[in-house]
Write a protein that binds this ligand. Structure first.
Ligand code: SF4
Ligand code: SF4
Length: 504
């Protein structure tokens, strides 16, 4: 049971924010638990004033769940902290039906490409000596195939988040926070995307902040909207499969390439409507008339110098920032550093745009070498429209990453190393929520999976803290015997239906 020491409670709401079950509320600056409380102990651990205590007493009608080390005390009709187990008429049961069909359709010659059943709703096996919840055998194309499924608590997990945007979100290596707690970091920029890593073994086991890390991984993996703040950088609203929102602005288009590549792609169009084009891009700023592509379409150097440090012909490095194309330029006039009037002529038109064509302006060269913005002519607008139409839609993509060890392997076989070897040899197909996993080379079973291909809402978390992932291993019956599988626990489809109450 949970006891609040009211004298010590300051009503700071930290316990309320961290409780997974809305089982605690603050009234008149004092915290009180309600009937949803399962004594999971998260609030005890996060309270900065030691105002919450847990004792061994338990209400008489609550049942202790044994599906993970947290041992929630679940009252009738209530749910455990992981939201997976419920006390249903004095029995602890998984509250989601086993999902049998995966989304994956593709077939594979050596093995069936999809598992016989998914692990979503199958439940966990804890402690490790228990065989997996379902080990099911069926004939697929005249071959005896076995799929072993378990919802595995993984303390070694995280997500990679790919954000398709040109916008500058913060420095590489910057911490990423949720509600002030560190949940990950900005890792790299690759092609037209920024990459975040959220979670990982160290942050999950980072004292009491691990809870919010686990919750964030699962929220992202289950396509829920999450707001994150990059230290000294942007506020990000991220949701799997949706447009990214950065500092309140929705980014819609993904660039086709850097400023130099955009010059190459659109030189023919741009050369017909302007004497110069500057493509602002956080990676490389392109200058049309000086670029090889400008020469290729018959242009002469215009005398314009863009605002950046020259790299090679027609390619300049700018400064990263919150301006156009992820540079620090917020006024298109600032894209021009100098105009050499020995080469340029008054009236020259300079197109300044982002690679996506979303922000664009036309500058006109004045007789004194200065430039001023003019109304965009229709033909120039048409070129920027062509650039925009060439872009793909931006998106947020979440890749669940983890490693299966411990009970996640012991439930499958008595010889876990043989299972690892068979996975690396492509003799065992590993899937998560029905989606194929990419298994990283080297030792162990480290994997990555596109959550967009998994059964929706497939992951959960437990307050150990760890995320819970639905893992399936599919192989021939012969291979299952060879790797020391739990032969005595193999069930037929009929037995599976009976065990999981699936009907016919
Ligand atoms: S013990 Fe767990 S369920 Fe109960 S109030 Fe605290 S955090 Fe919520
Ligand atoms: S958190 Fe653990 S103990 Fe609590 S209901 Fe879930 S599996 Fe059971």
């Amino acid at each position: 049971m949970i006891t609040i020491i009211l004298d010590k409670c300051k009503g700071c709401n930290i316990c309320v924010k961290n409780c997974p079950l809305e089982a605690i509320e603050v009234v008149d600056k004092k915290a009180y638990t309600n009937e949803n409380c399962v004594a999971c102990g998260i609030c005890v651990r996060v309270c900065p004033f030691d105002a919450i205590e847990k004792d061994s007493k338990q209400s008489s009608d609550a049942l202790s769940c044994t599906n993970c080390p947290v041992s929630c005390a679940i009252a009738p009709g209530k749910t455990g902290a992981c939201a997976r187990y419920v006390n249903d008429r004095n029995e602890i049961i998984r509250n989601r039906k086993l999902v049998v069909d995966s989304l994956t359709k593709k077939s594979n010659e050596k093995l069936p490409y999809k598992p016989i059943i998914t692990a979503v709703g199958s439940g966990s096996t804890y402690p490790c000596c228990r065989p997996a919840p379902a080990i099911v055998q069926e004939k697929v194309d005249d071959v005896d195939v076995v799929t072993v499924v378990t919802e595995a608590p993984l303390s070694y997990s995280g997500v990679k988040v790919k954000i398709d945007t040109n916008m500058h979100i913060g420095e590489e290596g910057a911490k990423v926070k949720r509600d002030g707690k560190v949940v990950g970091m900005v890792t790299t920029e690759e092609y037209g995307s920024k990459m975040l890593t959220v979670g990982g073994a160290n942050l999950l086991s980072n004292g009491n902040d691990g809870f919010i890390v686990a919750k964030t991984i699962v929220d992202l993996a289950n396509s829920r909207k999450v707001t994150l703040k990059v230290e000294d950088g942007s506020t990000l609203e991220l949701q799997q499969g949706q447009l990214p929102v950065i500092d309140g602005k929705t980014d819609t288009l993904m660039r086709v390439g850097c400023g130099s590549a955009a010059i190459g792609l659109f030189a023919t169009h741009m050369s017909k409507v302007a004497q110069e084009a500057i493509i602002l891009d956080y990676h490389v700023i392109g200058l049309l008339s000086e670029h090889f592509a400008g020469g290729e379409v018959g242009m002469q150097y215009s005398g314009v110098t863009p605002n950046g440090v020259k790299s090679t012909r027609g390619r300049y490095f700018g400064k990263q920032g919150h301006g156009w194309g992820g540079t620090d330029i917020t006024d298109p006039v600032d894209a021009v550093a100098d105009v050499d009037m020995n080469i340029a002529k008054p009236g020259y038109k300079i197109l300044v745009t982002e690679t996506t064509g979303q922000k664009a302006a036309v500058l006109e060269v004045q007789s004194d070498g200065s430039v001023k913005e003019i109304l965009m002519p229709e033909d120039v607008k048409e070129v920027t429209n062509i650039m925009a139409q060439t872009c793909e839609q931006s998106s947020v993509s979440v890749i669940y990453t983890g490693g299966t060890g411990g009970s996640a392997r012991a439930g499958v076989s008595s010889m876990p190393r043989k299972l690892t070897e068979a996975i690396h040899n492509d003799e065992v197909l590993m899937t998560l929520g029905g989606a194929p996993a990419f298994v990283l080379p080297g030792g162990g079973i480290n994997f990555m999976v596109d959550v967009g291909k998994m059964v929706p809402d497939a992951t959960t978390w437990v307050p150990t803290p760890a995320t819970v992932a639905p893992v399936e291993y599919t192989m021939t019956r012969k291979k299952y015997d060879e790797i020391g599988g739990h032969k005595g626990h193999i069930m037929t489809r009929e037995e599976l239906n009976k065990k999981f109450n699936l009907g016919e």
